[in-house]
Design a protein around this ligand. Structure first.
Ligand SMILES: C[S@@+](CC[C@H](N)C(=O)[O-])C[C@H]1O[C@@H](n2cnc3c(N)ncnc32)[C@H](O)[C@@H]1O
Length: 371
């Protein structure tokens, strides 16, 4: 027993295993996830109703979502944003792995008489002839990806954005990691039967990986006839790290905000330039110095604000952090979120210009579900 518990409590190497899809496709877990999505009072799989409405309203106004605008929601879940965006008359596509969530999204669209295109699809490998003016990804899914996954995602987004198109998404800020404590917990039916409708014993370990700025929640679920392990990785970003990912992927005009409601607008500040001797500094200069003139936006950011949640960590000082400005030179250690807006770079070298990937195959890769 001691040996087994030692193995169970051994820190896994960072990103050693990825199980994210299992969370969204397992019949029992996906049902619990859907219930969490639809609970208007909690920030679990989706943000709570009040915040969600603000995000939808801000996206609509910020990107002038209107009839004919082509919008894709990557990881659309049960269609809470796709439905709201489609009501403007925009041409909306939702992508998700979870057929259960997509069924719900389709039923919402039908009830509203909306036409939304839903694709049961992995956004890391999605390839389609469609081009979008706007891609959104809400609820900090970017943080759950491995570095390779993040690169694949950004490649996919960029490949499907039309010239001048924008990508808007949110992440956990570096400061949010302060709220993560290493711990180990055990319970019969851990998390009130979340993991199975049959009897089970669950172990939950939380680990911090300081230099990678990553946390892991590992869940080991023991049933009579099977044992499952789930890895929930979260990467926490500084504005420069996030900008760096985007610039490396060929995006330009990167703007970092406090969250996807665009608030608090009064707290946006221009960044102090990173040192040109660092990789971040070199990337930042790449953003600021395009080879052809364009009306570039300054890189701006606000303090991280608001809670992380769900299988992620609650942010204890979220309420206090919300709405307070911060002049950036360093990121204040308060928990919270950031969001990034980036445009497909039209100023990048031809070698990374947008073109369909060689493996492009719209029939094989796309399962179209029509509402
Ligand atoms: C945290 S939920 C957010 C859902 C939605 N954006 C919202 O805020 O209501 C993440 C969603 O992304 C989906 N998802 C996760 N990984 C995915 C992948 N590789 N490709 C497509 N969808 C994915 C999940 O099925 C889930 O519906």
């Amino acid at each position: 027993m001691f040996e087994e518990l030692s193995v169970l409590n051994t820190r896994p190497p960072v990103y050693s295993q990825v199980t994210t899809p299992d969370l969204w496709t397992d019949p029992h877990i996906s049902a619990r996830m859907l219930a969490a999505h639809l609970d208007p009072h909690v920030d679990l799989s989706s943000y709570r109703a009040e915040h969600l409405e603000k995000i939808a309203a801000w996206i609509i106004s910020r990107f002038h979502v209107r009839p004919g605008l082509r919008v894709a929601d990557f990881g659309c879940g049960p269609g809470l944003y796709t439905t709201r965006l489609a009501r403007t008359g925009a041409d909306v596509t939702g992508l998700d792995l979870s057929s259960r969530s997509l069924d719900h999204a389709e039923s919402l669209a039908r009830a509203d008489g909306l036409s939304v295109r839903y694709l049961e699809q992995d956004y890391l490998s999605y390839r389609d002839e469609a081009r979008y003016d706007l891609v959104i990804m809400v609820m900090r899914d970017y943080c759950a990806l491995t570095p390779d996954g993040r690169r694949a995602l950004l490649r996919t987004v960029r490949a499907h954005l039309d010239s001048g198109g924008s990508f808007a998404f949110d992440v956990d800020s570096a400061a949010a990691m302060a709220g993560v404590r290493e711990q180990a917990a055990y319970a019969p039916s851990l998390m009130d039967g979340f993991w199975s409708d049959r009897p089970y014993f669950g172990f939950h370990n939380t680990y911090r990986y300081e230099s990678e700025r990553v946390s892991l929640d590992k869940f080991e679920i023991f049933e009579t006839d099977r044992t499952r392990t789930y890895f929930n990785w979260v990467r926490y970003f500084t504005p420069d790290e996030l900008t760096g990912d985007l610039v490396d992927a060929g995006f330009a005009d990167v703007e970092i905000l406090g969250d996807l409601t665009g608030a608090p607008t009064a707290a946006r500040h221009r960044s102090s330039p990173p040192s040109p001797s660092t990789a971040e500094g070199r990337r930042a200069r790449a953003v600021r110095s395009p080879p052809v003139p364009r009306p570039g936006r300054a890189r701006r950011w606000t303090p991280p604000s608001g809670p992380s949640s769900g299988l992620r960590h609650e942010a204890p000082q979220a309420a206090r952090a919300r709405g307070h400005g911060l002049r950036i030179a360093a990121i204040r250690p308060t928990p919270g979120r950031l969001s990034a807006l980036a445009r497909r770079g039209s100023v990048y070298p031809a070698s990374v210009r947008c073109r369909p990937a060689p493996e492009f195959d719209s029939v094989r890769n796309t399962c179209v579900r029509k509402a």
